[in-house]
Design a protein around this ligand. Structure first.
Ligand code: HEM
Length: 392
């Protein structure tokens, strides 16, 4: 490996992200707000399980990178913004859609989608492609569209709005506009499905809630919007970063190629290594509590620096080494506690199929430009790559 990857930039204050764990510290956000930053594995897990912390993004002190407040009276909160007692029943109503068994049944269709996109990529006459555009973005996007029952033809519309929502360079007005447009789109789609429920996640939710007498149009619009954004932005970034990391670590790629049963373990290690969604797990204290020996007062915000926590030497030996055999199951790339990622099994299935298929079908794959020319997503609250030029 010649060049090291560039340091990540914190979307909250624009400086280099903390990637080494340490005691609880105070940091000042770009907005001027002072918050706590938890970076040790144990401290982050404490924040994510202590009932003194809230996920309510409508709270005036909730740390948000683009400074926009979510107003509770504007629309129904989605799962990720709920606290008990609201969160548990809302999550239980949809968790059956994401069981390992149900997702395993999607495997053949995901394989078909991956194969079709690799076929199209390999048809490039000059043997080059942008892996983000050719594979990383369309695969998870198609999968979540089919699962939810959202027309994939509209992907340019909802991908551009999702990008604005996750961008920390967008103004609060731009973020509000993108959010309103996305909700209006979902509102219409959910209404169509309410008239004639289809055989997809949204149609099944409508039938289930109707049978139980708990139908709630606005809540379903919020859930659908969250799943659509969470379902494609995150996994897409892990496909491009994971491919880059494996190509830059040929010894690890050789281990994977020699023994495909190692792919799942490789996926966990790549999730740990990049911890792309660490800024999604911020919280605000709603009662006084203690984290890592430090008193956190009600009303104080906390950033949970998952990337640093996932490189905590007390938990992961030689943490800066990519080791696909380490069995990194106790990473917190999917969060921890009640809000732990609902779509994690789907992400695992997608990543496993993509890496297995890509490296088997394109054995000469390599990155086409120096690392210093790669556009990393330093402008977004979910880390990734805007493009990844490859050749074979
Ligand atoms: C590599 C891919 C992914 C990563 C790294 C990731 C990361 C995360 C993280 C860190 C959280 C916790 C948020 C918190 O504590 O506030 C979360 C929650 C969530 N994720 Fe994911 N995610 C991924 C893929 C997906 C997919 C594919 C879906 C949907 C199909 C999804 C749906 C959700 C939902 C609905 C929640 C909220 C759960 C709740 O609040 O109960 N995610 N994700």
């Amino acid at each position: 490996m010649s060049e090291t990857l560039p340091p990540r930039v914190c979307p909250f204050h624009g400086d280099a992200s903390v990637n080494e764990p340490g005691p609880m510290t105070r940091v000042t956000l770009r907005s001027g707000q002072e918050v706590w930053a938890a970076s040790r594995h144990a401290d982050v897990r404490t924040v994510l399980t202590d009932p003194a912390f809230s996920s309510d993004r409508g709270h005036p002190n909730f740390p948000l990178p683009n400074g926009r407040r979510f107003k509770r009276d504007q629309f129904k909160p989605s799962l990720i913004m709920m606290d008990p007692p609201e969160h548990g029943p809302a999550r239980r109503a949809v968790v059956g859609e994401f069981t390992v068994k149900r997702l395993a049944s999607l495997g053949p269709r995901i394989q078909e989608i991956v194969d079709e996109h690799i076929d199209a990529m390999l048809a490039s006459p000059d043997r080059t492609a942008d892996l983000v555009h050719a594979l990383a973005q369309p695969v998870p996007s198609l999968v979540i569209c089919e699962q939810l029952g959202v027309p994939y033809e509209d992907h340019e519309f909802f991908q551009s709005r999702s990008k604005t929502l996750l961008s920390n360079r967008a103004t609060p007005d731009e973020v509000r506009g993108a959010s309103d447009e996305l909700r209006a789109y979902m509102d219409k789609l959910v209404s169509t499905k309410e008239a004639v429920p289809t055989d997809d996640l949204l149609g099944r939710q409508i039938r289930k809630h109707r049978a139980e007498g708990t139908e709630d149009h606005d809540a379903l619009v919020s859930l659908a919007t969250l799943l659509l954004i969470a379902g494609h932005e995150t996994t897409a970034n892990m496909i491009s970063l994971g491919t880059l990391a494996l190509l830059r670590n040929p010894d690890q790629l050789a281990v994977l190629r020699a023994d495909p049963s190692k792919t799942l373990s490789a996926v966990e290690e790549l999730l740990r290594e990049f911890t792309i969604a660490e800024f999604v797990t911020s919280r605000v204290a709603v009662a006084d509590t203690v984290v890592g020996g430090v008193e956190v007062k009600a009303g104080e915000g906390v950033l949970t620096l998952g990337n640093a926590a996932n490189h905590d030497p007390d938990v992961f030996a030689d943490p800066n080494q990519l080791d696909i055999s380490r069995g990194a199951r106790n990473h917190i790339a999917f969060g921890y506690g009640a809000h732990q990622c609902l779509g994690q099994n789907l992400a695992r299935v997608e990543l496993q199929i993509v890496f297995d298929t890509l490296f088997a079908r394109v054995p000469t794959l390599r990155v086409a430009v120096p690392v210093s020319e790669l556009p990393f997503k330093d402008d977004a609250s979910v880390y990734g790559l805007h493009s990844l030029p490859v050749t074979w």
